[in-house]
Design a protein around this ligand. Structure first.
Ligand SMILES: [Cu+2]
Length: 712
């Protein structure tokens, strides 16, 4: 049969239930509404937005662009190039162009704000423009055209339009029909193209991969395997269709995950509703929308289109003087890298870099109260610009809450005293800033957790759907020697393709100020005891090495060659003379093992080491480069670090990559239980002694009496 009728196409594009997915989300008829909430619509009708953003003003030099400022930038751009008025020029990202660090550090509340500027990445006429708009003068003050390889972060319009392109092709429509899939059940997503050499250069390219929604919301588990489309994103034309012929579409039954829709019995006793009590209310406050004050911590927080959530100017009060001391100027997930381990057609290009290719902000759907965040949470909205430059609000995108999980922050009981009862214990209460983003099939939950002892824990948890591959096989016994090909069989006709997850964090540590920081590598060296000197034969000795240049700080972790990594300020000494410092403590981790000449790894070269330290450079924010889409790997952390610049006693930036290999298993189907990885930034001789020694324990009088649970 030929192309679907006009009526069917109309249904497809405008129908109520008929949706097209992009790599990142399912679109309804008004994609703008689902992508974020248009400001005017929001203010009138969205009960989730309780704050009137239309009159918001910036209060702090790092506050994100307000709705008014975004509208002003749009006006300036419309006067700069007529394409912004007609829609031929598109805004791919728009964010505050943060003032120089020195100005931000010197700024005090009550001072005039440094001039406000917007950093815009726009695209028109096949050219990428990195534009700076000065909001005070209302002028474009710089416009860099194609500064590096690669293209801008995709817009919602890009992915929506690309997903529709294959329908123009008779061949594609025949392929769909040959699989017995109704067009009304068809969902297509748009995986990013990667970069694989000259054939796809000089134009923006995207892939299209399709699924059936028949009988489930979880179309990700029902791929139309063997049908792969490559699309020219500018011309909106099909470049290539590969159809290897129909492969069994996995069944719908067992794929549903929505509560009340799936009929999966629960074979466990009910867990009663639970939450933390805070009879005196929360202990943190948020001033001027973005400044968080809690216990001994103070930091600036904001939603960001690309990074999702940015923590800035984190200071902790000194335990001796009570004065705030700088710990970190800026911390955020700088880039993600998720390479899939299948060299076959339709899979080889999958090596997603979600922050720079689609953005973690607009894909962070509103958090679900009581489930994403506990009852005592406070919510913060994101304000972004859409492709036409208009502001949109992402409601309840970040939550802040205090966590008490029954843990202990320090304790000791004394066993030798028979005449005194010495049992000292302190509860551990922390403050968590959380964002959860849904980049297509995957959900990533980002937590920044602050402890009163000065520790910051960053956790990334992954959940959501696997990216799966259809297969004719229903049982491992049928696979024979094909078992190792792409990944394990996790359900009938479903292979969970093996892949990695890497998240590279930009951690601009400013221990006691922006200048004068160094990386000290504290090596634990096994030492042989000279014969006859001791009953011992060997022990570990600590030796310190100061990293002089960037190559000294290209670090691969090893259990059998252990180091601690301290960022210290040698000019700020402790009472006994140690330099004030913070350690980065890696958690469980994985390394990217792809060859360095493999195209995804060339672009993902920022994962070649787990730790890097670079001198501060305001243009080096995104580990894979600003323009990472189809980039050639010419502007990334590896390239910058290979310059081998001095990093001793300077303003330096620490980069840490956490990650894990993911070999899927049946429990990951149809939706994965969360799996988490984390790292910590922990004081090391930063305080003169335990900073929470003076903290009082909880007493019975502090908390309402509750019925103690019967115990043995
Ligand atoms: Cu995974």
């Amino acid at each position: 049969m030929a192309e679907p009728s006009f009526a069917r196409l109309s249904l497809l594009f405008f129908g109520f239930l008929l949706t097209f997915a992009t790599y990142s989300w399912v679109f309804g008829p008004d994609s703008g509404f689902l992508f974020g909430t248009r400001v005017k619509k929001t203010l009138r009708s969205d009960p989730r937005v309780r704050f009137d953003h239309s009159t918001e003003k910036p209060h702090h030099p790092l506050d994100p662009l307000t709705v008014r400022e975004i509208e002003r930038v749009r006006t300036v751009l419309s006067g700069y190039d007529p394409g912004f008025g007609t829609g031929s020029a598109t805004v791919h990202s728009m964010a505050l162009d943060e003032p120089d660090k020195t100005r931000v550090v010197q700024w005090k509340k009550g001072n005039k704000l440094p001039s406000r500027r917007a950093a815009v990445v726009a695209y028109w006429g096949g050219q990428t423009h990195e534009i700076t708009v000065d909001l005070d003068s209302g002028r474009v003050v710089s416009d860099l055209v194609n500064p590096t390889s690669g293209y801008p972060i995709l817009t919602v319009n890009d992915v929506y339009a690309a997903a529709q392109v294959p329908l123009k092709s008779v061949e594609f429509n025949r392929s769909i029909e040959a699989r017995g899939v109704k067009f009304s059940d068809l969902v297509c997503i748009t995986p990013f193209a990667g970069w694989f050499g000259p054939e796809e250069e000089g134009r923006r390219v995207i892939r299209v991969q399709c699924y059936t929604l028949q009988g489930t919301t979880n179309y990700f588990m029902r791929p139309l395997e063997g049908l792969h489309v490559t699309v020219d994103l500018d011309k909106l034309e099909v470049i290539k269709i590969v159809d290897k012929g129909p492969i069994t579409i996995p069944k719908a039954s067992g794929t549903e995950y929505r509560f009340g829709v799936h009929n999966k019995p629960v074979h466990m006793d009910r867990v009663n509703p639970i939450s933390m009590e805070q009879p005196d209310g929360p202990s943190f406050r948020v001033e001027d929308g973005h400044l968080v004050k809690w216990a001994n911590w103070e930091f600036h927080i904001k939603a960001d289109q690309r990074a999702g959530m940015i923590i800035s100017q984190a200071t902790v009060r000194d335990s001796e003087t009570g004065k705030p001391r700088s710990v970190m100027y800026k911390g955020f997930p700088s880039e993600l890298f998720v390479p899939y381990m299948d060299p076959e057609e339709g899979w080889y290009y999958k090596g997603y870099m979600d922050a720079g290719e689609i953005g973690l902000g607009p894909t962070a759907m509103p958090l679900v109260p009581l489930n994403d965040c506990p009852r005592n949470a406070y919510y913060i909205d994101g304000v972004f610009a859409s492709a036409d430059g208009r502001p949109l609000v992402q409601p309840n995108m970040i939550c802040l809450f205090e966590r008490y999980a029954g843990d202990i922050s320090w304790r000791h009981s004394e066993i030798l005293f028979t005449d005194a009862d010495v049992r000292e214990s302190r509860p551990k209460v922390t403050l968590v800033a959380r964002m959860a983003t849904t980049v297509g099939n995957y959900d990533y939950i980002f937590d920044w957790e602050f402890q009163t002892d000065g520790l910051i824990r960053v956790t990334v948890a992954a959940s959501g759907m696997l990216m799966v591959k259809g297969t004719p096989y229903e049982n491992v016994d049928d696979l024979g020697d094909k078992e190792d090909d792409a990944g394990p069989l996790i359900s009938e006709n479903v292979i969970g393709v093996v892949h990695d997850h890497f998240i590279t964090f930009h951690l601009d540590m400013d221990i006691d100020g922006p200048a004068n920081n160094s990386l000290v590598k504290v090596h634990l060296e096994k030492t042989r005891v000279p014969k006859g000197k001791s009953p011992r034969k060997s022990y570990l000795k600590v030796k310190k090495y100061i990293a002089k240049t960037e190559k000294d700080a290209q670090i691969k972790l090893s259990l059998y060659d252990p180091y601690e990594f301290h960022i210290v300020n040698p000019n700020r000494k402790s009472r006994v003379g140690n330099p004030a410092g913070y350690r980065i403590i890696p958690g469980g981790n994985a390394a990217s093992l792809l060859d360095h000449d493999d195209p995804p790894q060339i672009r993902g070269a920022f994962t070649n080491n787990q730790i890097w330290v670079t001198p501060y450079n305001r243009s080096e924010q995104y580990a894979g480069g600003v323009l990472i889409y189809q980039s050639h790997g010419d502007d990334n952390l590896q390239v910058w670090s290979d310059r081998d610049r001095p990093i001793e006693n300077k303003d330096i930036v620490l980069w840490y990559t956490l990650g894990f290999h993911h070999v899927p298993c049946q429990e990951d189907y149809p939706v994965m239980p969360t799996v988490a990885a984390s790292f910590e930034l922990k004081p090391a001789n930063f305080f003169d002694s335990n900073p929470i020694l003076g903290v009082a324990p909880f007493f019975d009088k502090d908390l309402p009496v509750c019925k103690p649970f019967a115990s043995s």
